[in-house]
Design a binder for this molecule. Structure first.
Ligand SMILES: Cc1cc2nc3c(=O)[nH]c(=O)nc-3n(C[C@H](O)[C@H](O)[C@H](O)COP(=O)(O)OP(=O)(O)OC[C@H]3O[C@@H](n4cnc5c(N)ncnc54)[C@H](O)[C@@H]3O)c2cc1C
Length: 395
């Protein structure tokens, strides 16, 4: 590969560029903003800091948070202590740090908008300011709104979430997660070094933007978040369905998609930063070895099986019921009562527990009702459209 061009210098593009430049490739990264405050919570779990220790070992401003408060739709509250902190960055800081690493590794980073790409001929082309240029391989890392889809289809409404939020000039020591009645999504407050990212995400096919805004304003008023002087943001977030993983190609002869453009996001939590960085790294590694075709298998082995599992249970999690109450409300009630369950959820949030091995841990360690509850949410043999209403025997 003599020249690799990366469209998008967010976490996925910057990581891919760094990986390739370190192995001696000529890499150009084009981003229309460079380091910018992309709408985001900015939270990275232990999974990410374990894989990329530089996310903790650096002097850049960030917040390490050990406490999470979860609030049900009916306002039941529970606090979790995390064994490993969630590290929360402003995206200007995080993107800047990742782009600096790419530059130091040898990437040439340009502030430019890429208008079009053309992958029909052997050498793919891209256009900037009306001028077409050729490369040897195009990495498409332009995020959730990526328009460059050489050999694949765009994400459909039910594969996307809407998000809205505010950067609130306030600080806090805890993350808040708030569930809502009959709502496929949640509200979050993520404290950063000198402000909060307060936001809401909800399925684009199930909810309207005015619904999201109304929920967010009601919550901000009840929790006394000062949003009057806060900067508003909105963006889209991929929320892959099971079919997304089989229907959409992420690689062709001379191009590949990474990060949000490839829909590598956990549909249950909206976590995408780790998967963006990891997919960038795995594509970079595969290209550096001259074997881009290894990229999909490497992603599957690393994380996409987990995301597919989350896609199977997401509807059941947000829309299902258990003993006459929503799953999310029952979850908070069980968390209030059971320390083992609190530990399990803390591990899931940190990323030390994955979804695919959850069932074994639950069945071995939780009591009757609680293990029936978790099994009813995880039972992916049952079609997600048939939402469970289970009445198990008492503990
Ligand atoms: C509101 C919100 C909250 C979130 N909170 C979290 C969280 O707390 N934790 C978490 O893990 N994930 C979170 N996510 C997901 C996370 O933001 C994304 O998964 C992550 O940013 C994906 O990285 P990326 O590099 O693939 O794309 P992006 O970060 O979107 O980067 C794409 C880049 O491409 C550039 N670009 C786009 N088009 C062009 C073009 N034509 N020419 C040149 N440049 C272009 C853009 O300027 C941008 O810099 C959140 C998402 C949203 C919307």
């Amino acid at each position: 590969m003599s020249e690799i061009v990366i469209v998008g210098g967010g976490p996925s593009g910057a990581m891919c560029g760094e990986q390739l430049a370190r192995t001696g490739h000529s890499v150009h990264i084009f981003d229309e903003h460079l380091a910018w405050e992309k709408p985001c919570g900015g939270g990275l779990t232990y999974k990410a800091t374990q894989c990329y220790p530089f996310l903790l070992d650096n002097p850049s401003p960030k917040k390490l948070v050990h406490n999470v408060e979860i609030i049900s739709a009916e306002n039941h509250r529970v606090k979790l202590d995390l064994q490993h902190p969630i590290v929360i960055y402003s995206r200007t800081v995080l993107n800047g740090m990742l782009l600096d690493r790419a530059r130091e590794a040898g990437c040439q980073v340009h502030r430019s908008h890429v208008h079009e790409v053309d992958t029909a001929s052997d050498k793919p082309r891209y256009s900037i300011d009306g001028q077409w240029r050729a490369a040897d391989f195009l990495v498409l890392a332009a995020g959730a709104r990526n328009q460059f889809l050489p050999g694949t289809r765009p994400l459909q409404r039910d594969e996307l979430e809407m998000t809205q939020g505010y950067f609130v000039p306030q600080t806090s020591e805890e993350i808040i997660i708030k569930f809502l009645p009959d709502f496929e999504g949640y509200i979050w407050s993520f404290p950063r070094a000198d402000h909060l990212s307060l936001g809401i995400c909800g399925s684009m096919s199930a909810h309207t933007s005015s619904e999201l805004r109304s929920h967010l304003h009601t919550f901000a008023a009840s929790e006394k978040f000062a949003i009057e002087s806060a900067k508003f943001y909105s963006h889209v977030l991929p929320s892959p369905q099971v079919r997304t993983f089989s229907d959409r190609s992420v690689i062709g002869r001379n191009w590949a998609l990474i990060g949000d453009a490839a829909a590598w996001v956990d549909p249950l939590t909206g976590e995408g930063l780790f998967y963006a960085m990891r997919s960038g790294e795995l594509l970079g590694k595969s290209l550096a070895e001259g074997c881009p075709d290894k990229y999909p298998a490497r992603v599957k082995a690393s994380f996409s099986a987990e995301l597919e599992f989350a896609a199977r249970i997401v509807r059941r999690f947000y829309r299902g019921s258990f003993l006459g109450c929503s799953v999310t409300t029952r979850m908070v009630q069980f968390l209030q009562r059971n320390a083992v369950f609190r530990q399990l959820l803390s591990d899931l949030i940190c990323g030390t527990q994955d979804y695919t091995t959850l069932k074994q841990r639950v069945l071995g360690h939780l009591g009757g009702t609680l293990s029936q509850f978790v099994s009813s949410v995880l039972n992916f043999e049952r079609p997600a459209s048939k939402l469970p209403t289970v009445t198990p025997a008492a503990d």
